[in-house]
Ligand binder design. Structure first.
Ligand code: UDX
Ligand code: UDX
Length: 486
């Protein structure tokens, strides 16, 4: 592996051994604006794989930066602690020195958040680009040499043009290059995805300077990714591909979730259907797991963004096609809550309902757009008492997501699944944490109100065993026992 490409060592020794301890004079400087779920892990990987490059991760949020510099990283990802420990202080630095780092860097990654707009034109569909714009203005103000600016944030197609226009209007005659380099990592497996990516995508202007900038970024990734996995395209193809990749993945989940409803009516088993169709190599087996609904920071935002773009470009039929992916996902989340309500004799008022899992998927502490938020809101609306347990999500985060105070009467923050289930009428599995499989369900059953219900939103548990214990079980897309079928 060409780990030493361009490496200049202070004392001229062989870099192949013990490089983490060596004093390195960086030949290139990279800065990343935005120390979030994308910026943090991605830069940690670049720094770990390229000891000859100095990588600065900067963020306006001083608390977040302090956490990145501590032993309690602000995000939970398997393997991330080791990766950060390996490079932090050597060639990986976290700070709030946004302007200084922009000034001193050759390549500037923009990894700030681009939430869905909540107001004005395009509200609830278009991306809010104010952070991207303000970063572009800061770069224009601070830079004294031409920079390569890399869009890491997922943004609407042709955002690069807007960035270029801002830079062009303010750039003191400097010829900056804007590249698109979308990130495809999934949370919970970020380190694995970054170290062995299916592909790296880099889009740039098809000019001599644009192609040269693309080649510079290719040379960074080529330190650990084989060249045949590094795809280069024009700017717009790259920007659009990120939205389309997420839209296709989300569409598969909505498709199988739509079939889960049909399975429940007909007696088919959605996991069996998924296995049967997924073994057709043209369809493939991944992203066919029926669930309580997809969450995460990207799927909903990016599909809505695609819908907005199609509308904007006068393609209402295409917009409606993709919009249905979101409509189906919203329906699936509410369908789950309604199923709980129906099973509990049409009232959950005053009943204790245990929520197992609040993160949008396992192995992350991220709750953005988590199905658990929607299900809890539905239950609280029906005046249930919910007891919530998640191994990684903090009480503060749950309060923020549900817009409640920590002393809210109807919500208990449990420190274990067993505690959450004590005295509950129902137990809802909303995140597929591995530890839930190994719970002592005999003991949990004894501690619950009868009939004791389990609603498995992830098809995670052994339902035959649970029924033998005495539980009544509902699982998304599974045939329902006679007395509960409707
Ligand atoms: C975000 C977007 O959600 C995603 O679409 C995009 O691909 C990459 O950026 P993520 O890293 O998960 O993904 O977001 P988040 O954890 O919110 O991190 C963004 C960071 O940018 C925050 O820490 C925020 O403080 C910082 N930021 C935002 C700045 O430093 N400057 C700004 O002007 C705005
Ligand atoms: C996604 C994309 O996978 C990634 O490439 C992109 O960079 C960011 O968006 P992420 O949102 O982190 O990644 O996680 P992902 O594994 O895609 O899961 C998203 C949601 O879909 C989760 O709520 C997950 O539980 C759900 N899901 C996933 C299903 O319900 N069924 C499945 O079969 C797969």
């Amino acid at each position: 592996m060409p780990l030493c490409d361009g490496l200049h060592l202070a004392s001229g020794y062989n870099c192949s051994a013990n490089w983490p301890q060596l004093k390195v004079i960086p030949t290139m400087r990279i800065c990343c604006i935005g120390a979030g779920y994308v910026g943090g892990p991605t830069m940690a990987m670049i720094a770990a794989q390229c000891p000859h490059i100095r990588v600065d991760v900067v963020d306006l949020n001083a608390d977040r930066i302090a956490a990145w510099n501590s032993d309690e990283l602000p995000i939970y990802e398997p393997g991330l602690d080791d990766l950060v420990r390996q490079a932090r202080g050597r060639n990986l630095f976290f700070s709030t020195a946004v302007k200084e780092c922009i000034h001193d860097s050759d390549i500037i990654f923009v990894s700030v958040n681009t939430p869905t707009k909540t107001f004005g034109v395009g509200a609830h569909k278009a991306a809010d680009l104010r952070f991207v714009e303000s970063v572009a203005r800061t770069i224009a103000e601070v830079a004294e040499e031409p920079k390569i600016i890399v869009e890491k944030s997922t943004i609407p197609v042709r955002t690069a043009q807007a960035i270029q226009a801002i830079l062009g209007a303010n750039a003191k005659g400097l010829q900056h290059q804007v590249l698109s380099n979308p990130e495809f990592l999934a949370e919970g497996t970020a380190v694995k995805d970054l170290s062995k990516p299916d592909r790296i995508l880099i889009g740039g202007e098809q000019t001599e300077a644009g192609l040269a900038a693309v080649e510079t970024l290719v040379s960074v990734y080529a330190n650990w990714v084989s060249r045949d996995r590094i795809l280069t395209t024009n700017l717009w193809s790259s920007e659009l591909s990120k939205l389309v990749a997420n839209a296709f993945l989300a569409q598969r989940i909505s498709s199988i979730n739509s079939i889960s409803a049909l399975c429940e009516k007909t007696g088919a088993d959605v996991d069996e259907v998924a296995r049967a169709i997924g073994s057709d190599s043209r369809i493939g087996s991944k992203f066919l797991k029926a669930s309580v609904g997809f969450g995460g920071s990207c799927f909903q935002k990016d599909v809505l963004n695609l819908v907005y773009l199609c509308g904007h470009f006068g393609l209402p039929e295409v917009a409606a096609y993709w919009d249905q992916v979101i409509i189906m996902n919203d329906w699936q989340k509410h369908r789950f809550s309604e199923r709980v309500l129906r099973a509990l004799f049409n009232t959950v008022t005053g009943k204790r309902i245990a929520i197992l899992g609040f993160a949008f998927k396992k192995d992350t502490n991220d709750t953005r757009e988590s199905a658990a938020i929607y299900v809890c809101r539905d239950l609280l609306e029906e005046r249930a008492n919910v007891s919530i347990y998640d191994p990684k999500v903090t009480t503060a985060q749950i309060c923020k997501d549900l817009a409640i105070q920590a002393d809210e009467q109807n919500v208990e923050f449990s420190t274990s699944a067993v505690q959450a289930a004590k005295g509950a009428h129902a137990l809802l599995v909303l995140t597929e944490w591995d530890e839930f499989r190994a719970l002592d369900f005999e003991a949990i059953y004894q501690a619950m109100v009868k009939p004791a219900w389990i609603f498995d939103g992830r098809s995670l548990l052994d339902h035959t065993k649970l029924r033998q214990i005495g539980f009544k079980v509902y699982s998304v897309g599974k045939p329902l026992p006679q007395e509960t079928a409707t």
